[in-house]
Design a protein around this ligand. Structure first.
Ligand SMILES: Cc1cc2nc3c(=O)[nH]c(=O)nc-3n(C[C@H](O)[C@H](O)[C@H](O)COP(=O)(O)O)c2cc1C
Length: 163
């Protein structure tokens, strides 16, 4: 692949979610991006590297929580995006503040803009990634928080309304 083309996908401003996943025995958290698919049903999509620890937990449990990151979680988003749950207990290492989710084994992360509890409906292999479609089955929102956006490997806040 032409070196320059490797940067192509960075041109798209992306949502930032702190994804949590758990089975009966293990849990993990990672940074990811999620995209709207449909409103009715409420469907979203995520794409996870096959090597991700969370990906293995999702395949086992069939569910995850998408904690929509707030501006105050930018530093946590960097940390969860550069460490692997197979090597470190991220909840202990980064003192992630959690609360019980209403329908998932995976915890929700306090201080997020929103917590979307999702059940996986289907997945599709794409290169070294698995693309999942998930249905939101419960959610909470804290509208006092400002969501984060990721663009060109930098974090921005969603703050200024332009239209
Ligand atoms: C802003 C940001 C967005 C990311 N988005 C994704 C993503 O959509 N899919 C993915 O597989 N990895 C993504 N990553 C990288 C993972 O968070 C990273 O590989 C992490 O170490 C995986 O953790 P785990 O092995 O504990 O699951 C992103 C990282 C950052 C900083």
């Amino acid at each position: 692949m032409e070196k320059d083309l490797l940067k192509a996908t960075r041109m798209i401003p992306c949502s930032v979610v702190l994804l949590t996943a758990a089975t009966g025995q293990a849990r993990d958290a990672m940074t990811a991006t999620a995209m709207f698919v449909s409103e009715n049903l409420p469907l979203v999509t995520i794409s996870l590297s096959r090597s991700s620890t969370c990906r293995a937990l999702i395949d086992e449990s069939g569910e995850c929580v998408l904690n929509v990151a707030s501006v105050g979680q930018a530093s946590l988003a960097r940390k969860l995006g550069s460490t692997h749950g197979s090597q470190v207990d991220k909840f202990a290492e980064f003192k992630i503040p959690i609360m019980k989710s209403s329908q998932m084994n995976a915890p929700s992360i306090s201080g997020s803009y929103a917590n979307l509890e999702c059940k996986i409906i289907t997945s599709h292999r794409a290169g070294n990634y698995l693309v999942y479609i998930a249905e939101v089955v419960a959610y909470g929102v804290d509208e006092k928080q400002v969501p984060l956006v990721w663009h060109e490997n930098r974090f921005f806040s969603v703050e200024k309304e332009v239209s």
